[in-house]
Design a protein around this ligand. Structure first.
Ligand SMILES: Nc1ncnc2c1ncn2[C@@H]1O[C@H](COP(=O)(O)OP(=O)(O)OP(=O)(O)O)[C@@H](O)[C@H]1O
Length: 357
């Protein structure tokens, strides 16, 4: 991956009347990157994509592609392309005619067009016999693949995706997530993707930006954003999480009103007097049995048990709030609601969020 700035946003602002939908966005996306923007509804994801593809004007700021300003270039001459959530295929045409549409616009000769369309069918792992099939006879997943083939026929510098999988059922979505990641690797194109779904973002992306109220809260690789969120918002957005108020005591020691802390435990980035949240994901929370030694323990009562396919989630009501522990199904325990339970976890599986409350 080339790390020089490929797509660069500086101070991008978008207002609608007195409402600020995007508030001074700075962003660098590298060439060939799979970059995903996640955030709750209304955080500004679609607005940002609309500015990037030229469907809407910036209020202020600039967008550069290979150091050239593109924010005042009309959408149809930007070297980009978008895969719409609603597909926007021509239903009365064949698969081949749909894929060839951009090539026809570019006035490529028919033989060359067909050869390219067949190559794109191969790339998207659709049988070449689909060339003559009508769009209306394709399944939802096949239509998505045709839409992607057509987008690739534009040969864009960047492909933008606005929640392309959100309308599909779970199994198909899971298949297409992997196919998209694979397609990204095979084409080497820059993919900019927006989604509500943390899981989708985690499976596919090189880096993820989390948006909140028109601002970017954190940009990092998926693992880091999951394991080392900068705020309560990011921690909670990136899946189930347990958060405990802690304070820094002398020499990196940890002080807490709700956790029993092994006095020898030190957190390297916890300064004396600092306050914040100690995060531990449910998969690192353990049942503390007699004789077990943990850096942190707390006791509560079992509130509920939930089967999540291959995993089991337990909710335990503790003085520090509801705590979630996740086990593999094979490690399921015979527990009953209301039973007293001691939980434990270790410092190496925690992350301290400085200043967060
Ligand atoms: N044309 C518009 N006029 C006024 N407000 C708008 C307009 N477009 C978007 N907004 C507002 O800007 C904010 C961001 O909207 P946007 O569609 O970018 O959010 P989003 O993160 O994509 O949400 P979702 O996930 O629900 O699609 C919202 O509060 C929305 O109501």
């Amino acid at each position: 991956m080339d790390s020089s700035p490929f797509l660069r946003l500086r101070g991008v602002v978008k207002t609608f009347g007195s409402f600020t939908a995007l508030d001074s966005i700075d962003l660098d996306i590298a060439e060939g990157e799979f970059f995903t923007i996640v955030g709750p509804s209304g955080s500004g994801k679609s607005t940002l994509i609309r500015l990037l593809v030229g469907m809407d004007d910036l209020t202020s700021g600039e967008i550069r592609l290979r150091d050239q300003r593109i924010d005042d270039t009309p959408a149809n001459t930007r070297p980009t392309c978008m895969v719409f959530q609603s597909l926007a295929l021509f239903p009365h045409m064949t698969v081949g005619q749909n894929i060839e549409f951009p090539l026809k616009l570019r006035k490529e000769p028919p033989d060359g067009r067909k050869a390219k369309a067949l190559d794109l069918l191969d790339l998207l792992r659709l049988p070449q016999s689909y060339y003559d099939k009508r769009i209306s006879q394709c399944s939802g997943g096949e239509k998505q693949r045709v839409a992607l083939a057509r987008a690739l026929a534009f040969d864009p510098e960047i492909l933008f995706f606005d929640e392309p999988l959100s309308a599909l059922d779970y199994r198909l979505r899971k298949t297409l997530e992997k196919e998209l990641k694979d397609l990204h690797a095979r084409t080497g194109k820059t993919f900019v993707y927006i989604t509500h779904s943390l899981e989708e973002a985690m499976v596919m992306s090189d880096r993820i930006a989390i948006m909140k109220e028109g601002r970017i809260e954190q940009i990092s690789e998926a693992d880091e954003i999951y394991g080392a969120p900068v705020s309560r918002f990011v921690a909670e957005f990136m899946g189930e999480v347990n958060l405990f108020d802690v304070r820094g005591a002398s020499g990196g020691a940890v002080s807490s009103d709700v956790l029993e802390v092994n006095p020898t435990v030190k957190l390297p980035n916890l300064k004396e007097g600092a306050r914040g949240l100690l995060m531990v994901r449910p998969e690192y929370m353990r049942f503390a049995d007699a004789g077990d030694a943990f850096d942190f323990t707390l006791t509560g009562v079992l509130h509920g048990e939930y089967a999540l396919g291959s995993r089991i989630q337990y909710e335990i009501d503790t003085p520090g709030g509801m705590v979630t522990l996740e086990n593999l199904r094979e490690d399921r325990r015979p527990l009953s609601e209301g039973q007293e339970i001691t939980l434990g976890f270790n410092a190496e599986n925690t992350h301290f969020i400085d200043g967060a409350t």
